[in-house]
Design a protein around this ligand. Sequence first.
Ligand SMILES: [Zn+2]
Length: 389
Amino acid sequence: MRARGKIGAGEKTTDVIAAGGRIEEIHPAGLSQACDLGGEGFRIAPGLVDIQINGYDGVDFNDADTDTEQIVAATRQLWRTGVTAFCPTIITGSFDHIAKCISNLVRAADESPEFARAMIGIHVEGPFISTEDGPRGAHPKQHARPPDWNEFQKWQGAARGQIRIITLSPEWPGAIDFIERAAAAGVIVAIGHTAATPAQIADAARAGARLSTHLGNGSHAKIDRHPNYIWEQLANDDLWASFIVDGHHLPPSVVKCFLRSKGVARGILVSDAIAAAGKPAGRYKLGNVEVEVTPARRVCLPGTPYLAGSVLEMHEAVAKTVQYSDATLDDALLMASHNPAKLLGVAGQFGSIEAGRRADLILFRWDDENSALDVAATVVNGETVFAAI
Ligand SMILES: [Zn+2]
């Protein structure tokens, strides 16, 4: 397969040639040779990687009854948004509920090569998070609880070792011990949904926590101006940070400041999308919690100011990041592909256009004036799986 376009925001039209599912060659476009995809006016980027996604297009990874067919359907719909690899995310619930949702994902990976290729690990967000209103976000209060290593190990057993990220709050006694064990086991510990003190944040990072989950969200509506858990995480160079750039979770000025202080090298864009993403406004379920999607595409707990996930798509997250901050298109694409792959330790396979990497690509049109990214085609493993050209 020969895909043709400018790589990222670059100016030279380039051919990316794939064979056997891998990128074989990258060189200036050979005008005498026809291409299979793209051409002048198209840009090429690595397939987008989303490390926090709760569901998509009516499919909820947090519903214990979700089956393989639905999980595969969501995977295919995500190709339209440029996402070729992701971490399905299971939020706070009972032990059995989380175990069941994890088992559904593992079974789907066994039964579907398409989903097995897309799932680069499971993200368990909770249940070891703050019980406080605000930090807890939309997670059910009755299931928020202190870290329990035995419980986690049982989930990891059910996941056959595929839990790659756990988001927790270091405010709990015992959190530091849990973080040390998880880090030693190769699991990425993320700080999120937290009411922790700055000292507890610093201790967590020293114990091996590596990421701040959707920094600036899952927090109190009002906090001390300083010190607080947001400044502490922003200033800690051992912590990467993920951001939900949908225009609702963080104001543009905050996106700009956060990215400047954390730096593009440690920034990661996530969708935190729920099943309602890809669907019209209305009432939907996030696990057992009812949420409302407004016509402005804000997702909240009905009757409260609290956000409950998003209906953001990753290509929009890239475009909005360029619009709101001084990140370039290349920077934003990096934070939506290479960076998450690097954090997960899979950058040798995913998230960049280099010979030998898996041929997961998107072709897109970029409207610089309006900061809009239109996915024209998606290639997975060297095969065109979505094309709107
Ligand atoms: Zn969250």
